[in-house]
Design a protein around this ligand. Structure first.
Ligand code: NAD
Length: 270
């Protein structure tokens, strides 16, 4: 029996990539059961596979999540922070597993997801790729070894010119990993960009720098800068397929789990 998947945000960059990957069976055992976006999205009412640039799916792009999600096994959500948080209560009531790739959620929006995770299994991750989740582990180790020896931690992220949130969800994941290794709290250590006269850098700062331009899929570099040397840890996404395949693998794993909030580390066994 195939796992029935609803793609929420189906007309977006990630939504289309997810639909293509399901139809091309990049991860096996999945069936596209619904494709949902907002009323003003292009191609509403047309075949979701064709709209994604793939073969005909036999599933129409719709605006009505309630019409497709209660009977599905899992919803994969790559939309916007308010859309994701706004659906938490009804997804919890439908009992449908929920993979969330959407980034930029405020603390009170994340609290809505945590509430839903009491009823349904949820995987939430700012980056679904194997490489970035492994990199987080390496950064935690590096920060543990080097922060106390005086190395400064800075994170530079680069994305396409349509990205709405900054710093990126991935940069924040890397920042949290660095903070955990260094024994810092990212809420007080995080520093978004610098301008004017911020003065000398405080030791406990973890700086974030967001570059936006062109069609960059997602580049992240973590610097550990000491005296006389600097380490650079970099990840470059060359295609959105790495996130989509990660999200589809998360869906396969998630439908077998009990309610709770999980990360990609749980999915990947890292
Ligand atoms: P996009 O703007 O191309 O697509 C988002 C789509 O969601 C749009 O079509 C929009 O109309 C739709 N949408 C917004 N609110 C909705 C709602 N309430 N219901 C239904 N549809 C809704 O953006 P994108 O590049 O596809 O990225 C989407 C999100 O995923 C962003 O938050 C981005 O940062 C995040 N992202 C995460 C990962 C990851 O690995 N976790 C990777 C890439 C992007």
């Amino acid at each position: 029996m195939s796992i029935k998947v609803v793609i929420q945000g189906a007309a977006g960059r990630m939504g289309k990539t997810l639909i293509r990957c399901i139809l091309e069976e990049k991860v096996s055992g999945l069936q596209l059961a619904g494709a949902v976006d907002l009323w003003d999205a292009p191609d509403i009412g047309t075949d979701a596979g064709l709209a994604a640039g793939a073969r005909k799916a036999g599933v129409l792009l719709t605006t009505d999540l309630a019409a497709v999600a209660p009977d599905a096994d899992v919803i994969i959500d790559f939309t916007s922070h308010f859309g994701t948080a706004g659906n938490a209560e009804r997804i919890a009531a439908w009992n449908t597993a929920w993979v969330i790739g959407t980034t930029g959620l405020a603390d009170e929006e994340t609290a809505e997801i945590q509430k839903a995770a009491k009823n349904v299994p949820v995987v939430m991750a700012g980056n679904m790729s194997l490489g970035v989740n492994l990199l987080c582990k390496l950064i935690e180790e590096a920060a543990k070894a080097l922060y106390a020896k005086g190395y400064d931690i800075e994170i530079i992220e680069r994305h396409h010119n349509q990205k709405k949130d900054a710093p990126s969800g991935t940069a924040l994941m890397l920042g949290r990993a660095a903070a955990a290794g260094a024994g810092l709290d990212l809420k007080t250590s995080g520093m978004n960009g610098r301008s004017g006269m911020p003065g000398a850098r405080k030791k406990e700062e973890i700086g974030f720098h967001a570059v936006r331009g062109g069609d960059i899929v997602g580049d992240h570099t973590v610097l550990l800068a000491g005296t006389g040397e600097m380490l650079e840890f970099s990840h470059r996404a060359t295609s959105r397929e790495t996130f989509a395949i990660g999200a589809l693998n998360a869906a396969v794993w998630l439908v077998k789990q009990k309610p709770g909030l999980y990360s990609m580390n749980d999915v990947l066994g890292l």
